[in-house]
Design a protein around this ligand. Structure first.
Ligand SMILES: [Zn+2]
Length: 306
């Protein structure tokens, strides 16, 4: 999966000259419109597009830093794609599902950049990892959109399975707990702090040990929605509406202040987040219970269950 170390200097220079000449060739299309892609130090054989992929689909992008990428359509792939390093040919083989062969240029460029990033050794570099995730999101969006369009609005088997799963998840949401109704707390928090503008669903965590989280889930039609999950430790008689409102407000803030990248780092609870968090009317009461009461309540519940 990972390319070998740089070849001997001489070989590299030869390959570099070859790549340069190839780029000068009148028969080659111009460079891809992705100048930000990391340049490779090592040039390689010209791009090859295999398995009946129309040459126009990807070939014009497989130049410059992508010249050593071969794109192959794999009928057995549906929702995934992969890259392998072909040591003997010093090329990368990018295997994609048929749907992506027809993808718009933006998505194809994302695939090629992804293949380069995924094949490099510096996986652990946060900037690269962030960029890779971004590219994966773009590609996945096209896969989903393309699957729907191709089937004329009808769903592919994979999409059907996913929709059923998402539908089941939606049906399992449980806002009404033993002691507290999260829907009414969410409405109150939404009205008080967000002018009632937040669109979200809320549920007690499925597992007793489950944490309070904000995620983006999908309904059975594939429409995304904000899902707030609250730790079941809060569902006990000693928890007042002020305390419960604190954790609901915290999770709501994740919608209002989404995570962002700063120098490749994912910032979830940044300074602005913490400042807004303290604007909660019962901030100290909530924090204190969160710190001391919650672990105690969870221990008690675990014991009660056992
Ligand atoms: Zn948080």
């Amino acid at each position: 999966m990972t390319p070998g170390r740089a070849t001997a200097p001489v070989r590299r220079i030869t390959a570099g000259v070859a790549a340069f000449l190839r780029q000068l060739s009148l028969f080659d299309p111009p460079d891809p419109p992705v100048p930000t892609a990391p340049a490779r130090t090592q040039a390689a054989p010209a791009a090859k597009v295999t398995l009946g992929l129309p040459r126009s689909a990807f070939a014009h992008l497989c130049v410059g830093p992508y010249a050593h990428i071969e794109v192959a359509v794999r009928p057995r792939l549906h929702e995934s794609w992969r890259v392998t390093w072909l040591r003997r040919r010093e090329a990368l083989r990018l295997e994609i599902p048929a749907l992506l062969a027809e993808a718009p240029q933006e998505c194809q460029a994302a695939l090629l950049e992804w293949a380069l990033l995924a094949s490099q050794r510096k996986h652990k570099d946060a900037v690269r990892r962030a960029r890779r995730l971004e590219l994966e999101t773009t590609i996945r969006d096209h896969l989903r959109g393309g699957a729907q369009a191709q089937s004329g609005g009808a769903m592919t088997p994979a999409a059907k399975r996913r929709a059923a799963r998402d539908g089941r998840k939606l049906a399992r949401l449980r806002p009404q707990g033993e002691c507290h109704d999260l829907d009414s707390v969410l409405s109150a928090v939404n009205a008080r702090y967000f002018g009632g503008t937040l669109q979200a669903r809320i549920s007690w965590a499925a597992r007793l040990g489950g944490l309070s989280t904000h995620t983006i889930a999908q309904d059975a039609e594939g429409r995304p929605y904000h899902l707030l999950t609250i730790s079941r430790g809060y569902d006990c008689p000693e928890v007042t509406p002020e305390i419960l409102g604190g954790v609901v407000y915290h999770e709501c803030l994740h919608i209002a202040i989404p995570p962002r990248r700063e120098g490749g780092r994912r910032v979830v609870h940044g300074g602005d987040f913490r400042k807004r968090e303290r604007e909660y009317d019962h901030y100290r009461v909530w924090r204190e219970w969160h710190r001391e009461g919650l672990p105690r309540a969870l221990r008690r519940m675990m014991r009660g269950r056992g």
